[in-house]
Design a protein around this ligand. Structure first.
Ligand SMILES: [Zn+2]
Length: 448
């Protein structure tokens, strides 16, 4: 049975994406004796090659300027710029088009015409067998069933949860809303499935294997903090004149901070990264939401493009920027988006539209004040105060969230300090003290 299914499947045409410069086309293959062939006509069009075909002799001449390729249907020899070359599989003449072995296209056409072509098989998205909504105790549970694990992404907006799954869902019909889900919309696409829920009375979610659990968190205690060391991997952040990378200083400070917290407070810490690795801005808040963290803190160091004189420590929470300087800091930090292929400009507006953080505006502001207070008391570098701006990394965090800019990488004296372990420990201790004070105040208010 499996064998029959397998051979039927291999007869189905495959699709390839052929890309050149900034254009790509989707081409269906012909599969002949386990070999994939692609028609040359659309590819010639994509590459801007001159195309002359003689149907009686089944000859095709592709050319541009001095470069020429002559192929003949069913003959395993071709002429490349006047030189004969042999192919393992001959090109085929099918229905008026010349088809070329797929795996020979890059070396042959790319080589002769000196064009950088990409060819990738378009794989069908995996299937989701079933999606269900149930209640379990006070929680609402979204459950997936699939053979192979499929990636999905949960986005938490105000009174709305959007789940995007990298698989196709063929089962017809909608999802019946239950529990805290008031309405459910299923959108089916070829490569993914999107679910949109209107929700009520929930403030947290957890991902556990094939389940997303939506619930109302009634913890009166801070139990989990996510510490985010800014940048990493291909994204160095700000780079100092003496070669300091912001990403390295951020990670050191984050690790010292973790030690201070776990040594003295009964609080679990999750680090968004523990190594020099790249992580998208979205992934960082996702870690906090997925684990239903109580607080989120993103650690950065500052830089000023205008003057090397700027110094000091400042703390941000997410809101509309009040000053051009604050806007510039957010712009610089949001520039990490380019490593994900997102254009950072104009993103601020979008950040403010679905501002989950609005619900935590006041708490985040308080949280920032406590940290900045300690910066003022403890640090040798100037205190620049609490500021607000549109940081993408804080967007969508369903908890009080702040971003600290510890000192200026662009200032020679502070760059030197940021290379010292003792200074980084001082910064971490100052942030820790602020967190500790904030938690005391926060829990007191929660329990009243
Ligand atoms: Zn940064």
């Amino acid at each position: 049975m499996t064998l029959i299914l397998l051979s039927i499947f291999s007869l189905l045409p495959h699709h390839y994406e052929v890309a050149y410069e900034d254009t790509s086309i989707d081409i269906e293959t012909k599969r002949v004796e386990f070999q994939d062939y692609l028609p040359l006509k659309p590819i010639a069009g994509l590459l801007g090659l001159h195309y002359v075909q003689d149907n009686t002799t089944q000859r095709l001449l592709l050319s541009t300027g001095e470069r020429k390729l002559l192929v003949i249907g069913d003959i395993a020899t071709m002429m490349c710029n006047g030189v004969a070359k042999n192919l393992v599989f001959p090109p085929l003449y099918i229905g008026g088009d010349i088809y070329f072995p797929t795996n020979e296209i890059i070396p042959t056409l790319g080589g002769i015409f000196d064009k950088l072509i990409f060819i990738k098989e378009i794989k069908e998205a995996p299937f989701i067998n079933n999606i269900s909504l149930t209640t379990r105790g006070d929680s609402t549970v979204l459950r997936f069933d699939w053979q192979k694990v499929i990636d999905f992404d949960v986005r938490y907006l105000v009174k709305k949860v959007v789940v995007e799954i990298d698989g196709q869902y063929k089962k017809t019909g909608g999802l019946k809303p239950v529990g805290s889900i008031k309405s459910a919309k299923v959108s089916r696409f070829n490569t993914y499935t999107s679910l949109e829920f209107e929700v009520e009375d929930i403030n947290a979610y957890l991902e556990r294997g094939k389940e997303v659990i939506l619930y109302r968190k009634i913890s009166k205690q801070v139990q989990l903090i996510v510490i985010d060391a800014g940048h990493g991997g291909v994204d160095p952040g700000a780079v100092g004149k003496k070669g300091l990378y912001e990403k390295d200083a951020n990670l050191d400070i984050a690790k010292f901070l973790r030690t201070y917290i776990t040594d003295s407070l009964k609080i679990k810490i999750i680090m968004t990264r523990e190594k020099d690795k790249y992580l998208s801005l979205k992934a960082r808040t996702s870690i906090a939401n997925r684990n239903s963290a109580d607080l989120f803190i993103s650690i950065h160091c500052n830089a000023s493009g205008k003057t090397a004189k700027m110094t000091g420590f400042e703390t941000y929470f997410l809101s509309e920027a009040r000053t051009t300087e604050a806007r510039a800091v957010a712009m610089r930090e949001n520039a990490s988006l380019k490593f994900d292929g997102v254009e950072p400009t104009n993103i601020i507006e979008e950040i403010l539209v679905d501002l989950v953080q609005t619900a935590y505006l006041e708490e985040s502001n308080k949280f920032a004040e406590y940290i900045q207070d300690h910066a003022k008391k403890q640090l040798s570098v100037p205190s620049r105060g609490v500021k607000q701006a549109g940081f993408y990394v804080l967007r969508g965090a369903y908890m009080p969230a702040v971003l600290v800019e510890c000192a200026f990488v662009s200032n020679l004296a502070e760059e030197k300090l940021l290379k010292q372990k003792s200074f980084k420990k001082k910064l971490a201790y100052c942030i820790y003290s602020g967190i500790k004070d904030y938690i005391e105040d926060y829990e007191r208010r929660l329990n009243n």
